[in-house]
Design a protein. Sequence first.
Length: 396
Amino acid sequence: MALITRPLINTAKTVQEARNLALPVVAIGVIIAILYFGRVFFITSLTAITIAFILEPFVELLMRLRLPRGLATFLVCTIALLFLYVIGMGAYSQLSAIYADLPTYGQRIGDIVDGVRQKVQAAENRTYEMLLPARQRQEEQNRVRERQQAEQARKRNRKQEPASPPPAPGSPGNIQEVRIHEESSPLADYIYARLSSFYQLLLMISFVPFLVYFMLSWRDHINRSFLQFFHGEDRLVATRSLQGIADMVRAFVVGNFLLGILLALISSIFFWSMRLPYPMLVGPLSGFMSLLPYVGLPMAMVPPLFAALAVNTVSAYVLVIVSVAVLHLVALNLLYPKIVGSRVHLNPLVVTFSLMFWGFLWDAPGLLLAIPLTAGLKAVCDNVKGLRPMGKFLGD
C-alpha cells in the first residue's frame, strides 16, 4: 500500500510544481500581449508621465512663491504650450525653406550618387582588366555586343507588329480588366491602414496636455489615494518605491532634456559659424538625436550633412563629421555620467536587452522609453525585499 501511495504523492508534487511554473509563464505572456496590443495607450500615458516629470520642478518653484498647485500647474502648462508653439512655427518656417530648396538638394544628391557610381564602375573595370586576359575580355565583349544586338532586333520586331484593337466598353475583356483593377489595390489599402493608425495616434496625442495637467495638479491626491491600497509595512515600501521611481525617472528625463538643450545650443552655434543653412533646425535635431542609444552618432550626422549639401565642399563635410563626433563623445563620456548616470544605475547588458525588448514591442517610442522603464523597475526591486536580488542583477 505504501509503495502505491508514494508514486501518487510524487506525481501530485510534480503536477503542482509544473502548475506553479506554468502560471508565471502564462502571466508574463498575457502581460506582453497587453503591452503589445495596447501600445498606443501605454505610449501616450508614459509620454504624459515623462512630460509631467519634466515640468514638476517648475511647478514646485512656483509653489514656493505661495501659488496654489492648480494655478502653478496651469501657468507652467500654458508656458510649455506657448514654447512648443513658438518652436513649431520656427520649425515650420525652416521646413518651408527646405521644401523650396529641394530641387537644389536633389540635384546635389544626384551628382554625388552619379560620381560614386562612376567610381565604382571604374574600379570594377580595373579589377576586370586585371583578372581576365585580353582574349577572354574580347570574347566577353563580343557576347555582350551580340546580346545587345539581339535585344534591339526584338524591340524592332515588336514595334512592327500590328497593335490589337482595344476591347469595346461592354466586352468581357474590358469588364474583366476593370474588375481586376478594382480588386487589386494594395496601395489604397496601405494608405488607408496608415491613415487609420495616424488618426488613432493623433487622437491619443490630443489627450497628452490634459493628462499632464491633471497629473501635475492632482499629484498629492493621487499619491495619497494610491497609498491607501497598502497597509503597515507595505505602505512604507510603496512610498519608498514611488519615491525611487520618481527620482530615477526624473534624473533620466530631466538630465537628458537639459543635456539635449545644451548639445542643441552648441551645435546650432557651431553650424551657424560654418555658414550652414538652417542652423536653428539642424542644430537641435542633431543635438537631441545624439542622445539616442547606440544609433545616436550616425543619426546626429544626418541633418547637418544634408544641410552641408548646399555648401558642397569636402571641408564642410569633414567639419560636420568631426564636430558631431566630438560633441557626441564628450556628452556621453563626460556630461552624461555626471548628469544622468549617477542616479540611473543600470549595467550595459540590461540596457541592451531593455532596448531590444521595448523596441520590439513599441518600435521607436520603445527605444526612447526603454531606459526610464527599466530604471523604474529597478527602483521597485530595490525597495521590495523579495525582489532585491533582481534589483542587484539590473544594477551596475
